[in-house]
Each structure stands twice: as structure tokens, then as C-alpha cells.
Design a protein around this ligand. Structure first.
Ligand SMILES: CC[C@H](C(=O)O)C(=O)SCCNC(=O)CCNC(=O)[C@H](O)C(C)(C)COP(=O)(O)OP(=O)(O)OC[C@H]1O[C@@H](n2cnc3c(N)ncnc32)[C@H](O)[C@@H]1OP(=O)(O)O
Ligand SMILES: [Co+2]
Length: 139
């Protein structure tokens, strides 16, 4: 079950400039800046009520964000939903015919296990599933 719209991921060229802009826009600064080596991204998180904004900049030519920005303008890159049990949701989505981009959940940013649904199977939207990692969560 999807329990919350966890974050909107925004692809940006200049993370510092985008962080300044969103600090002015939201009237508050970010609560976290995090490098995710496995995705070759730097991320900056803002809490906005029950949801978050995640700014993302690629840190290598192979980064999904770098590749995205080679073809598309800055803007919404993905939408992330919170799930209680990411493995159960992955099984359910496969049974529903969605194309998942990873076999197993992987460690994402902000203390989450994540996986992605291919935009081609989600009406053109890259969808991320996030499960908060707790002391009892196994990767
Ligand atoms: C995990 C850390 C952090 C977190 O919150 O925890 C993150 O969110 S990291 C976010 C960055 N990582 C990812 O996005 C991983 C999943 N993404 C991928 O595997 C690729 O980006 C993929 C498969 C979505 C696209 O790969 P690639 O760019 O190499 O393929 P194409 O350019 O050929 O695209 C294929 C097709 O999809 C369309 N496309 C690509 N990206 C997006 C997007 N973000 N939203 C919507 N559509 C997208 C692209 O336009 C192509 O469509 P076509 O009609 O053929 O042009
Ligand atoms: Co994300």
C-alpha cells in the first residue's frame, strides 16, 4: 500500500543555486544534504508539511540525473511514494504489469530503501517507492 507522497525529485544543473532559490521560495532552508554514491547524485531535502522536495544534481556523466538533463530541461524528475513494505509492493506492481528498474530494493537517500518504476509503464512518470529503514529493516 502507498501511504504518502514522500517527495518530488527535481533535477537541477546547479545545486547551490537551486538550494538558494528553494530556500527563498519555501521560506525555509533544507534539513539535509546528502551524496548518494550508488546513484552518482548530490541531494538536498526540504520538508514541506507532510511532503518533501528533493533537489538532485548528477555527479558523474553516468548519473541518471546527468543523462536526464542532457535531454530534458530542469524540473520534475520523479515522484516518490512512501510504502510500508517495499518488497510486497514490488511484487504487487510486477503482478499488475509494471516494469521495475531494479530486482531488489536498494539504499537510497534520507534513510530509505528504494526502487523505481519505469516511466514507460507509469504514463510517462518515473515513480520511486521509498520504505523508511528502521532498526528491524533488512536490506
Ligand atoms: C536513490 C537516491 C534518490 C532518492 O530519492 O533516494 C533518488 O531519487 S536518485 C534519482 C536518480 N536515479 C534514478 O532515476 C534511477 C532510475 N532511473 C533510471 O533507471 C533511468 O533514468 C531511466 C531508465 C528512467 C531512463 O534511463 P535513460 O535516460 O538512460 O533512458 P532514455 O533516455 O532512453 O529514456 C527512456 C525513456 O524514458 C523517458 N524518461 C527518462 N527519464 C525520465 C523521467 N525521469 N521521467 C519521465 N520519463 C523519463 C525518456 O524520455 C525516454 O522516453 P522516449 O519517449 O523514448 O524519449
Ligand atoms: Co528520490
Amino acid at each position: 500500500m502507498f501511504t504518502n507522497l514522500e517527495h518530488l525529485g527535481l533535477a537541477v544543473h546547479d545545486l547551490d543555486a537551486a538550494t538558494d532559490l528553494y530556500t527563498k521560495l519555501l521560506g525555509q532552508g533544507p534539513y539535509k544534504k546528502e551524496h548518494v554514491a550508488s546513484e552518482a547524485v548530490d541531494t538536498v531535502f526540504f520538508q514541506v508539511g507532510g511532503s518533501k522536495i528533493e533537489l538532485l544534481a548528477g555527479t558523474s556523466p553516468e548519473s541518471a540525473i546527468t543523462k536526464f538533463l542532457e535531454k530534458k530541461p530542469e524540473g520534475i524528475h520523479h515522484v516518490a511514494f512512501e510504502v510500508a513494505d517495499i518488497r510486497a509492493e514490488m511484487t504487487r506492481l510486477r503482478q499488475e504489469g509494471f516494469t521495475l528498474l531494479n530486482e531488489e530494493p536498494k539504499r537510497g537517500a534520507d534513510n530509505k530503501l528504494v526502487c523505481f518504476v519505469h516511466p514507460k509503464s507509469a504514463a510517462g512518470v518515473l515513480v520511486e517507492l521509498c520504505q523508511t529503514i528502521s532498526p528491524t529493516t533488512h536490506d
